[in-house]
Design a protein around this ligand. Sequence first.
Ligand code: DC
Length: 221
Amino acid sequence: MGYDIAIDGPAGAGKSTIAKMIAEKKGMIYVDTGAMYRAMALYMIRKGVDIDDPDRIAEACQDAEITINHEDGVQCVFLNGENVNDLIRTEEVSKAASKTSVVPELRKKLVSLQQELGLMKDVVMDGRDIGTKVLPNAELKIYLTASARVRARRRYGEFLSKGESANLAEIEKEIKERDHRDMTRAESPLVQAEDAILVDTSEMTIEQVVDKILSLIDAKL
Ligand code: DC
């Protein structure tokens, strides 16, 4: 009997890093749902759709087919047959995805794709509404978070290590704005599921978080 793990939390809490490591250690499949929302946002940008117009987005998303496959354990996202993995990590797409993902019609399409993937079992899926909406019966649910200040500092460090300049205060402001949008939208807002276990990573290293979740898996399953 397989099991699914749902990991939800705000942007920058370390969900994808942690989920990927857990999947590898446990021989499970990692599903990054944010990448699907990002691919949809990329479609809207390319089509010149006003990302502040929910009606246009609801209409336009009907023509965007998102699919995923896994190569050597790495998830690839396809937008109408094109691998867009390398095009969806820009600031422009991040911002657009946070806006376009409020549209119920767009979410409906992606949630059904995610639920199909969850049926395979042995999936570690991360996002905002996995434990509450996509996989409400997941065997283990984690709500991974960290303070906005810590998340901003991590992001800032990433920019610097790539040799790019960045403004810490600006990054923290954007993180708070994104949290606000994700947590207050009408459709599937980011919220901790009642049966999810809270893991605050503000004072933890990546290794400590992975060990903590591995021990939760052992205890629960
Ligand atoms: O996790 P991420 O930063 O790649 O997600 C990009 C955007 O997609 C984020 O602003 C919120 C949205 N998202 C969502 O609404 N539901 C999910 N399950 C995953 C992401």
